[in-house]
Design a protein around this ligand. Structure first.
Ligand code: DAH
Length: 356
């Protein structure tokens, strides 16, 4: 076992030294320390070890982990400095030249897609609601029927506010369901787009990302309405007459029943077509609001009912506009924005067209 740790450490250290750019370095980090990383896998075997071995091995694994983290951080600094140096030379501009008037800039795809989503749901009678990025345990978990110590809390990889363990960076926009229901009496019909945060970073996860939440509460809305609403939304969003959707049973603490929704697509080597074909791609979670959640906000579940859903905005933006890498969304690279951005002042509407 000890040898295994040493080999792993030496392998990774070698890969760190050999990483010629930041992206490669990040791949090395994910492969070693990420959720499915080599060291993470090794640490996972700790539980099945006899207690007398576990202690020593655990300690040694931690030493290795720290060594790898330090090496990664140092290499990152070196590469960042080199990168900056290179860019300063390559992208230098002559600030003594007279200014040239520039047309207005471009809207970020996340802004564009958020506006498109708002436009579609506005047509269906949904208002936009908001909540704070920093929220408390009550709104993020407890009121949403996550019992204390429930493993689902850990699944969220929460960022806590230092020194204030009650405060978290919200891990989902579901917080706004609670805020909406506590702010006034039903009926409610809202969507809540906004920033969300989880301690996770690789090619398909960013520690800051965007979600849109939906909530409808009245006295008669059922799962059939949820299905119809999402079908209409997806057809409008992907700009097709209809799109195949598949509802798979799932679990969320705050909905019962719960479902995950897949959209039909066709994958070839070179492209991904949404709305036809025999493959499926997951795009959102949804369900009927759990009676316990209604009780938590003071509503009588014998009288009130409704549905909720939550969708990743960045993800549907990638799908709709064929943007291959999530990380580029947040690199603030003007050339990327000029390529993938949208003309400002052309507000998306369902009657005049969503995007130009
Ligand atoms: N909050 C969930 C998440 O971030 C997504 C979600 C699932 C929201 C089901 C919902 C819902 O409103 O009904 O993973």
């Amino acid at each position: 076992m000890g040898d295994q740790l040493e080999t792993l450490r030496d392998d990774v250290l070698e890969a760190v030294e050999g990483a010629a750019d930041l992206r490669t370095l990040d791949e090395v980090r994910v492969q070693a320390l990420g959720k499915k990383g080599r060291l993470t896998e090794v640490m996972r075997t700790l539980g099945s070890m006899p207690p007398e071995e576990r202690r020593g091995f655990g300690q040694r694994a931690n030493v290795v982990k720290e060594a790898l983290e330090t090496a990664l951080a140092e290499r990152r600094q070196t590469l960042e400095a080199a990168d900056l140096e290179r860019r300063l030379v390559a992208e230098g501009i002559d600030v003594t030249l007279p200014p040239r008037p520039q047309p207005l800039g471009r809207l970020h795809p996340v802004t564009q897609v958020t506006e498109e989503i708002i436009a579609i749901f506005a047509d269906m009678g949904f208002a936009v609601a908001e909540g704070p990025d920093i929220d408390d345990d009550f709104h993020n978990f407890t009121a949403l029927n996550f019992p204390p110590e429930h493993p689902a809390r850990e699944m969220h990889d929460t960022f806590f506010v230092e020194g204030q363990p009650e405060l978290v960076l919200r891990t989902h926009t579901s917080t706004v369901q609670i805020r909406t229901m506590m702010a006034g009496p039903p009926p409610h019909r809202i969507i809540a787009p906004g920033r969300t945060y989880r301690c996770d970073s690789d090619a398909t996860h960013s520690p800051m990302f965007h979600q849109v939440e939906g909530l409808l509460i009245d006295q008669h809305t059922h799962m059939g309405h949820l299905k119809g609403c999402l079908e209409d939304f997806c057809a409008a969003f992907f700009e097709r007459d209809s799109v195949p959707l598949r509802f798979r049973p799932s679990f969320f603490p705050f909905t019962e029943p719960s479902a995950e929704v897949d959209i039909g697509c066709r994958r070839t080597k070179r492209e991904l077509v949404i709305g036809e074909g025999s493959d499926w791609l997951e795009i959102l979670g949804c369900g009927m609001v759990h009676p316990a959640v209604l009780e938590n906000v003071g509503l009588d579940p014998a009288v009130w009912q409704g549905f909720a859903f939550g969708m990743g905005i960045d993800r549907v933006a990638m799908l709709k506009y064929g943007i291959p890498d999530l990380r580029t969304f947040f690199e603030a690279d003007l050339r990327w924005l000029r390529h993938y951005g949208f003309v400002p002042l052309d507000l998306p509407t369902t009657y005049a067209g969503l995007a130009r």
